[in-house]
Design a protein around this ligand. Structure first.
Ligand code: FAD
Length: 296
């Protein structure tokens, strides 16, 4: 289908972008930021979204790139998935971001789609919101009022909804470096290679003297918004993983037992690909796989 008519502007500064987005009159239609267009343009073509103005952020070089800032990695909102994947700073200091980004779509989408766009779009089926939750990332915004720092836990407010206010642009994301002793994994179940997740699990786990001291779990596609799975995190704390291979024969594995809490408090959707019960089953199985992989 062809999108409904809209005006197109391409500001050359962040101030100008915020001014245009902030000056929008809701009575005259929505004004939307455009980043890589990989989610927004399909919505326009399907006429599920019909903004009156698109504000293309593409010229705002200050929103691009990855920086090592000591205790955290800063990823500019306009950094493409491909640039994130190729960044040695991300690979070394934010490996969970790299692992999940590698599973996003295909190379064509990864060359245009952006890290910030994935978070601002807040699709519960997207791979990166679950990672931002698991890592306690901080989302940094810019606006005419000066901008804010929003913890990931407060950013995703509903289905395709975020805490961003009209006139506010996501400028970048602070990804904390978790330090020594942590292991990471992103486990994604998809029906075909390069497809969206039926369910995904982002896991960060820290061992101390052979026992799980901390676990952080984010879930993809297990509710109307991305989910931080706190109950399973609590269940995993204090668990001593069995030696490699133990539990594989169906014998007792306390990590698997704890991961049975992975779907607690979730409200998974029903769609063409899976019913809620199947998603719950996947969440438990994939969390076990993700935690085991993170531990190894
Ligand atoms: P856009 O489409 O430009 O924008 C998306 C939304 O975010 C819009 O509402 C826009 O206004 C807003 N926005 C964007 N940037 C900002 C900003 N800086 N500040 C404020 N608001 C902003 N994603 C996955 O996670 N996993 C997948 O497996 C996957 N598969 C895909 C397969 C296909 C075929 C396609 C087309 C997309 C797929 N995606 C997948 C989505 C992809 O990751 C997109 O890149 C991402 O969802 C949106 O990023 P974007 O830069 O394209 O944003």
């Amino acid at each position: 289908m062809i999108p409904a008519p809209f005006d197109y502007v391409r500001p050359s500064s962040l101030d100008e972008a915020c001014r245009i987005l902030g000056a929008a009159d809701p009575a005259e239609g929505d004004v939307k930021a455009l980043a890589g267009g990989q989610s927004l343009l399909p919505l326009l073509r399907l006429r599920l979204s019909y903004p009156s103005v698109l504000v293309d952020l593409g010229r705002l070089e200050e929103l691009r790139g990855v920086q090592d800032r000591g205790d955290h990695v800063f990823i500019g909102a306009l950094t493409t998935h491909d640039e994130v994947l190729r960044s040695p700073v991300v690979r070394e200091h934010a490996p969970l971001v790299a692992l999940a980004t590698a599973t996003v779509a295909d190379p064509a989408v990864r060359h245009r789609g952006t890290f910030g766009g994935s978070l601002a779009h807040a699709d519960p089926a997207g791979d990166l919101p679950a990672v931002a939750l698991a890592l306690d990332c901080v989302l940094v915004t810019a606006s005419g009022a000066g901008g804010r720092e929003i913890p990931a836990a407060g950013f995703f407010t509903g289905y395709l909804e975020t805490a961003l206010e009209p006139g506010e642009v996501l400028a970048g994301v602070r990804v904390p470096k978790l330090g020594d002793g942590w292991g990471f994994h992103y486990e994604k179940f998809h029906r075909t290679a390069q497809a969206w997740a039926v369910v995904g699990v982002a896991a960060a786990v820290r061992l101390e003297a052979g026992t799980i001291a901390q676990a952080r779990i984010g879930l993809t596609n297990m509710g109307p918004a991305p989910v931080r799975a706190r109950t399973v995190e609590t269940a995993l704390r204090g668990v001593t993983p069995p030696a490699a291979g133990a539990g594989a024969d169906g014998g007792r594995d306390p990590v698997r037992d704890a991961c049975a809490w992975a779907d607690e408090g979730t409200a998974p959707p029903a769609d063409l690909h899976a019913k809620p019960d199947y998603r719950r089953h996947l969440a438990r199985v994939l969390t076990h796989r993700a935690v085991r992989a993170a531990l190894s």
